[in-house]
Design a protein around this ligand. Structure first.
Ligand code: TXA
Ligand code: MG
Length: 326
């Protein structure tokens, strides 16, 4: 259940930006303009802050989010940059380009922000409002488009208010966005680029700048956002709706049902979402040959948690082909 708010809409001036920074420090998501679309931004280091993005959007599934940083130097602390990635960053940042890169091993990024993947999507935005928030908040910001799941991406503060009003504390109004279209997303691999989402920056320009080919034909390789084939899944069998562990199972508890670890002893779905990927990784790394998970209520964020658990429990071939909505 998302929290209820009397959503404030403030001009994106110094006062509004200071309010936004205060809410972000308090672990809440805030809507703000970027040069592409309005983003719903929260502290990417905090699983609970990221969980509140999903709760506000009412997303039925966890997709990895784009992590926004103020500059290339900050980005380099979070991911591995090979020369092609460096060339792309030097030419197109700040700007509407998102790079998917190997996550740095010790990067302080919540597992929920990357959906447990070993890669991270990074962008240095050009919009002065989001840049000011990034600098003053002093943390990376996870930010999907600031609209409720299944609705159109917002290019004005009014669009944000239409679907997220009452669900978030604050919308910074910085007028209409320049592009009105989400950033281009490209995965930078050892010897090629893969276009994951077309956007304002043209694919041909990317290959030319990076000095490595775009895996082609480009059109055939495009994965619709949210339809990732490589979502994190544990390597061993996972049993759902378990009220007790059986021999050989590492148990993930919830609410009154205990386990080797619990998603949330208090039965809090925000806390459970925040811990989900960390506990799946921990269960996967444990010696037990199986994993069991307590039942999670199918409401609010519980819908997305159950979606992820069902995928993790499904046989691999079936899990990889399922469509996802975002
Ligand atoms: O223009 C934009 O990019 C806007 C503004 C707010 O910056 N943000 C945005 O974020 O569109 P979001 O979170 O809705 O985009 C997420 C998409 C996912 O659906 C997925 O396709 C891709 O980014 N993505 C994120 N992390 C990924 C990863 N590790 N591997 C592959 N794709 C990833
Ligand atoms: Mg979106």
């Amino acid at each position: 259940m998302p929290d209820r708010f009397d959503t404030e809409i403030l001009p994106a001036d110094a006062h509004g930006i200071a309010r936004a920074v205060g809410w972000i420090a308090a672990g809440q998501p805030v809507a703000m303009p970027t040069e592409t679309v309005y983003g719903l931004a929260a502290d990417a280091r905090s699983g609970e802050a990221v969980a509140r993005i999903y709760a506000a959007k009412g997303r039925p599934a966890f997709n990895p989010l784009i992590v926004h940083v103020p500059d290339g130097r900050t980005a380099e602390a979070l991911a591995r940059f090979d020369p092609p990635a460096r060339r792309l960053a030097a030419r197109f940042w700040p700007g509407p380009l998102t790079l998917v890169l190997p996550l740095a091993p010790q990067a302080a990024i919540a597992g929920l922000a990357t959906a447990g993947l070993p890669t991270i999507a990074l962008r240095v935005p050009a919009h002065p409002v989001m840049r000011a928030v990034l600098e003053q908040a002093g943390c990376p910001l996870a930010a999907p488009s600031a609209n409720a799941s299944g609705t159109i991406s917002p290019s004005r503060a009014e669009h944000v208010a239409r679907t997220l009003g009452g669900r978030i504390p604050l919308i910074l109004d910085g007028g209409a966005t320049a592009h009105g279209l989400e950033s281009t997303i490209v995965a930078v691999e050892a010897d090629r680029l893969r276009l994951l989402r077309p956007g304002p920056i043209d694919a041909a320009q990317l290959a030319e700048t990076a000095g490595v080919p775009l895996a082609g034909p480009a059109a055939a390789r495009i994965e619709a956002p949210g339809q990732l084939e490589s979502h994190y899944a544990p390597s061993k069998p996972l049993r759902l709706n378990a009220t007790h562990s059986r021999p050989g199972e590492w148990m993930i508890g919830f609410g009154p049902i205990p386990g080797d670890a619990t998603l949330s002893a208090a039965g809090d779905l925000v806390e459970a979402a925040a811990r989900l990927f960390d506990l799946l990784h921990e269960a996967d790394a444990a010696e037990a040959p199986g994993i069991a998970v307590a039942p999670i209520p199918a409401e609010g964020l519980g819908t997305a948690i159950n979606d992820r658990l069902r995928r993790a429990a499904a046989p691999r071939a079936a899990a990889s082909g399922l469509p996802r909505s975002g």
